[in-house]
Design a protein around this ligand. Structure first.
Ligand code: ARG
Length: 462
């Protein structure tokens, strides 16, 4: 960062801005990240000014040329950013003026940094949302592959983290595919409200130049313009909405991570994870720690924090623009960075998950996971459900005293709990029997899981 000439507005002030204030109010340290989008917005604005007769052809050509050089310098990291010039907008404008003279000074006609920055953030965020949607889809594909390889891998389904009923691992994984598909819907929907053009609102009230906002919107591929100038420069609800969608994605990935941590624990032993996603301990040689899923869980708190920061940033602001809004960027940038990195790494990590079906099956057996199926069996033979529940509860108690699974009890033993129990009971007491019976849309029967995968893949392609 370089200290340069006096500020554009310094004529009104008699003393130089204190160094501390300068650093405190500057945003160039972080908003230089918007540079490419700032240039895009400026070029569209200049083209519009030229079209409506406010900017000459020669000026437009000089601006286009100068911006090309600036963009090249920024990309090659040869651009010199200056704290004195406060933010990305003034850094670029000053450089443009140094390069092309008065034409550079005419660029800001009919606009303000207030509508400029709102436009930049929207352009940037739209770009990032498109990348995130692709990443979320890629993760869905990784999960679908894992589900497909495990359509009939038996595992215990849990409620209260206690073994509940048999499910397939494929079915379990598909739950996350569903979560992610809603997450993608939310991103797609948020994008619609991000993709509106604030430029033309100027400082707050619009401008007296004969601008053509719809033309600028088309140039920048915005769906429409923001219809109220005060709202356009001040509200950051689109950023809040995006961060809320991001917090939900992180929350879903955090839940998945929590399960990976549990499943990897030798007490479960349901999966193994590639060494690359784990670390050892410097003191305990036996350890293999699931660092990556733990960090995903941890980083979720950080994104949730950004959501609260942005909501709080907005809540006390009177119309229209206030400098508070400069604080929207860091939480938003960090949300995007965290989510982008997390989606990438989780997709990669899921591709390396090694499933251990024997351990899953053992856990099903130990947990009396087919007890509901025995109750349902009795109901189908005519017993009211509550009575069936009671009979099976007694059977489970007896079996656990005998240290046996339900299917290991003899016909005679089972018969003591209800005279309705016949030899056909053994088909429902096996995990496979229990799975096959849940054969409706959304159920865990392997047949249904296969169809759910086909549906999910079609949705991804469509
Ligand atoms: N750096 C500012 C921001 O991020 C740009 C807009 C400044 N506008 C102003 N009137 N000071 O919000």
């Amino acid at each position: 960062m370089q200290d340069a000439s006096p500020k554009a507005w310094s004529g009104r002030f008699s003393e130089p801005v204190a160094e501390l204030v300068k650093r405190y109010t500057a945003s160039v340290f972080f908003d230089k990240r918007l540079a490419e989008f700032d240039i895009q917005g400026s070029l569209a604005h200049a083209q519009m000014l030229n079209k409506v007769g406010v900017l000459s052809d020669a000026d437009l050509a000089a601006i286009t040329d100068g911006m090309g050089k600036i963009l090249a310098d920024i990309r090659s990291e040869n651009f010199v950013w200056s704290v004195d010039l406060e933010d990305v907008h003034m850094n670029i404008e000053k450089r443009l003026t140094d390069l092309i003279g008065d034409a550079g000074k005419r660029l800001h006609t009919g606009r303000s940094r207030n509508d400029q920055v709102a436009t930049d953030i929207r352009l940037w965020l739209r770009h990032e949302i498109d990348i995130l949607i692709e990443l979320a889809r890629d993760l869905q594909e990784a999960l679908l592959d894992l589900a497909e390889a495990n359509v009939d891998t038996v595992m215990p389904g849990f409620t209260h983290l206690q073994v509940a009923q048999p499910i397939t691992f494929g079915h379990h994984i598909l739950a996350y595919v569903e979560m992610l598909s809603r997450d993608v819907e939310r991103l797609v929907d948020t994008r619609k409200r991000v993709n509106r053009l604030p430029l033309g609102a100027a400082a707050l009230a619009g401008t007296s130049y004969p601008i053509d906002r719809e033309y600028v919107a088309r140039q920048l591929s915005f769906d429409e313009v923001c219809f109220n100038s005060l709202d356009a420069v001040s509200d950051r609800d689109f950023a809040i909405e995006f961060t809320a969608a991001a917090a939900l994605i992180m929350t879903h990935l955090s839940r998945l991570s929590e399960e990976l941590v549990l499943w990897m624990n030798p007490r479960f032993g349901f999966i193994d994870m590639s060494d690359g996603y784990c670390t050892g301990s410097s003191i305990m040689p036996q350890k293999k720690n699931p660092d990556v899923p733990e960090l995903v869980r941890g980083k979720t708190g950080r994104v949730n924090g950004h959501l609260v920061a942005l909501l709080t940033l907005m809540k006390g602001q009177p119309l229209a623009y206030n400098k508070d809004n400069q604080e929207d960027k860091e939480p938003l940038f960090d949300t995007v960075d965290t989510l982008t990195a997390t989606l990438r790494i989780v997709a990669d990590m899921m591709r390396g998950v090694v499933v251990k079906p024997e351990a899953m099956r053992r856990a099903v057996k130990q947990g009396y996971a087919t007890a509901t199926d025995l109750a349902d069996y009795l109901v189908k033979k005519g017993l009211p459900f509550r009575d069936a529940h009671e009979a099976v509860a007694l059977a489970v108690r007896y079996a656990s005293e005998q240290r046996k699974d339900l299917e290991e009890l003899s016909m005679v033993e089972l018969g003591t709990f209800s005279p309705l129990i016949g030899m056909d009971v053994f088909t429902v007491l096996t995990p496979e029997g229990a799975l096959a019976s849940r054969d409706h849309i959304g159920g865990t029967a392997p047949r249904q899981v296969k169809m759910a995968i086909i549906r999910a893949r079609a949705r991804l392609e469509g």
